[in-house]
Design a protein around this ligand. Structure first.
Ligand code: NAP
Ligand code: ZN
Length: 351
């Protein structure tokens, strides 16, 4: 065991604060990583505040963080994928059973026995897993990803959750050149969806509640921006979208967006508000529309996404912060005030 500096919350109402955690010595399959940058996902905030208590109750203390890039510092004797000094990344998953149909299909995120990077029962200890708001992490090599060397590291960290969560459903629904794609909510996930949809040569329309994000949306690759409170602008897009991705973190009316899909169009929800969303049957029946969900992505597809980003030079637009500003960053997330992902410089933990 070794000690690692980290940031944790001890209850749903307490702020994140400095702490020390234990990391295991690498077993023969493990890779030890010194964490350089960790993105802040809205899921970190939902979990810290126990907003998903019904589905995934939080065990305290919680050390969040699942958008991790760093340097390999040690490898176990059977590790072939990595050597000391390599760049490496870890996303939302650190283990799965490896034997079920989901794992065999490379869809480890749907394995019934998966281990999330934080707040998940840890088979190596009696406690739960601790995430990336820390100096280091030890992970089975099967769940460690290779990082393209041409990408900036602070902007690469968010690819491990915001990136794969938006890339995966676009692949699943065969989003392709010439299609009309909607992105609802221009936050961490939403801005990555815009970049991917643009790289796939689609016509991208952003729906936002924040008029001040209009120019940024166009710069990020949107062809049109609609402020969702403007009903007549919304109406102009009725029955026209092939695919819409909804990345909103709070309660909202999805029927408004379902009505914008053309026949056989799909709306995939990736945002995870804690309250149920009311879907009208008529929103779906009318044009044989479908409404589906999607969880992050499997390990092979996450590597594919990172390689796609390397090829197309895609990273997240980040505001780099020291860990000491994490509570302020959470407050700003709740005000939709982030351009467009916070990336924590983990060297700040050493200070
Ligand atoms: P984020 O950066 O905070 O972005 C959320 C965006 O939603 C905001 O920027 C805002 O965009 C919009 N929004 C916020 N409050 C709203 C409201 N009351 N009504 C309408 N729109 C609102 O969050 P994120 O990190 O991208 O995460 C988004 C959601 O996805 C979270 O619920 C997170 O837990 C979930 N998530 C799911 C997965 C998965 O596997 N499915 C993975 C990661 C995250 P505008 O200002 O443009 O309106
Ligand atoms: Zn996330």
């Amino acid at each position: 065991m070794s000690k690692a500096k980290a940031y944790s919350a001890t209850s749903a109402t307490s702020p994140m604060a400095a702490t020390t955690i234990q990391r295991r010595e690498p077993t023969e399959q493990d890779v030890e990583i010194e964490i350089l940058f960790c993105g802040i996902c809205h899921s970190d905030l939902h979990s810290v505040r126990n907003e998903w208590s019904e589905f995934m109750p939080t065990v305290y203390p919680i050390v969040p963080g699942h958008e991790i890039v760093g340097l390999v510092t040690k490898v176990g004797s059977s590790v072939t994928k990595f050597k000391t000094g390599d760049l490496a990344a870890v996303g939302c998953l650190v283990d799965s059973d490896g034997t079920c149909a989901e794992c065999k299909a490379g869809l480890e995120q749907y394995c019934p026995n998966l281990t999330f990077t934080f707040n998940s029962p840890d088979k190596h200890s009696r406690g739960v897993t601790y995430g990336g708001y820390s100096e280091s992490i030890v992970v089975d090599q099967r769940f460690v990803l290779r990082v393209p060397t041409n990408l900036s590291l602070p902007g690469t960290a968010p690819l491990l959750c915001a990136g794969i969560t938006t890339y995966s459903p676009m692949r699943r629904w065969n989003v392709s050149k010439g299609q009309k794609v909607g992105v609802v909510g221009l936050g961490g996930l939403g801005h990555m969806a815009v970049k991917f949809a643009h790289a796939l040569d689609t016509h991208v329309v952003v729906f936002t509640t924040s008029p001040k994000k209009k120019e940024d949306a166009l710069r990020l690759g949107a062809d049109e921006v609609v402020v969702s409170s403007n009903t007549s602008d919304m109406q102009k897009h009725a029955d026209s979208f092939d695919f819409i991705i909804d990345a909103v973190s709070a309660d909202h009316d999805v029927n408004v967006y379902l009505s914008l899909l053309r026949r056989d169009g799909n709306l995939t929800i990736v945002g995870a508000p804690s309250k149920p969303l009311g879907v009208s049957a008529f929103s779906l029946i009318a044009r044989r529309r479908s409404f589906s969900g999607s969880s992050i992505g499997g390990i092979p597809e996450t590597q594919e996404m990172l390689d796609f980003c390397g090829k197309h030079n895609i990273t997240a637009d980040v505001e780099v912060i020291p860990i000491q500003k994490v509570n302020e960053a959470y407050d700003r997330l709740l005000k939709s005030d982030v351009k467009y992902r916070f990336s924590i410089d983990m060297s700040s933990l050493k200070g």
